[in-house]
Design a protein around this ligand. Structure first.
Ligand code: 2YG
Ligand code: MG
Length: 259
């Protein structure tokens, strides 16, 4: 898994506004609107505690402060605990936190202590990026391409199937692909198909996963994957609308999904 670096989180405030503008232009809704529509929830007076975690590669200097900024942007009250790890957890609960957010190198969770809902960033991110792709107002059909069927891609593919889209998917891992065929009924996508898509949900940790043969002119690519799967020259040549940022949209989805 690609780990976030402080550079990814620079200019967060500007990025949050740009995300909303982009989302509105593509779907007619801003990120809050998409989250409310997805989960049928609105923030109330939930207090979110963010706990720094030292395990594995340890603290990423801007991770928890960026999370706090995002939590507040989406209408929640939040605080970062003074201490990390178990001491931070004790502090969070003692201070009356309703929702706990924390991440080690493997999993990033939001847990609502009041209603017992818990979500991973993988699932919440997959669902919202897939949902954004599916809301593309200029889409020519209900055909949608999912690239990558790991934890993020699978969750997004599942959401799209449940939403009634014709989901095509590819993954170099044959077992992942077969699982999605068997459990979700997706159609395996093969580049020999010569089929082009106006909606693409990309969920891989790799660059250059999107090639010219896959996409229509003026398509939408929605991707949380770092690095971006869309080569810039293909994006320009095909006038692709691109939704991609490292953290905030997935975090909004996590929060709205547990309230
Ligand atoms: O508390 C800390 O500062 C660290 N233990 C945080 C570690 C986070 C590691 N995870 C990532 O960098 C991301 N892959 C998770 C969020 C990505 C959103 N797409
Ligand atoms: Mg990628």
């Amino acid at each position: 898994m690609a780990l976030l670096t402080p550079e990814d989180l620079e200019n967060l405030s500007m990025q949050l506004e740009e995300n909303d503008e982009m989302a509105k232009r593509i779907t007619g809704l801003d990120i809050k609107g998409i989250c409310s529509a997805l989960y049928g929830t609105e923030p109330g007076s939930e207090k979110v505690a963010i706990i720094p975690i030292t395990a594995g590669n340890g603290i990423i200097s801007t991770f928890t402060s960026s999370l706090l900024f995002i939590v507040q942007y989406f209408g929640f009250e939040g605080f970062v605990t003074e201490h990390p790890d178990v001491t931070g957890y004790y502090e969070a609960v003692s201070e009356g936190a309703d929702i706990i957010m924390m991440a080690d190198d493997h999993i990033f969770t939001a847990h609502n202590l009041r209603n017992e809902k818990i979500v991973s960033n993988h699932v919440a991110t997959g669902v919202i990026y897939a949902d954004i792709a599916s809301r593309f107002q200029e889409a020519k059909s209900k055909d949608i391409l999912v690239i990558g069927l790991g934890r993020v891609g699978y969750a997004g593919a599942c959401h799209l199937v449940n939403k009634g889209f014709n989901v095509y998917a590819c993954d170099p891992n044959k077992e992942f692909l077969q699982k999605a065929v068997d459990e979700l009924g997706i159609k395996p996508y093969c580049s020999d198909d010569r089929k082009k898509f106006s909606m693409v949900f990309e969920a891989t940790p790799n660059a250059n996963t999107i090639s010219e043969g896959m996409i229509e002119e003026r398509c939408l690519v929605s991707t949380p994957g770092i690095p971006c799967g869309l080569p810039p020259e293909i994006g320009q040549k095909y006038h692709v609308d691109l939704v991609m940022e490292p953290l905030a949209i997935g975090v909004a989805s996590m929060l709205y999904s547990v309230i």
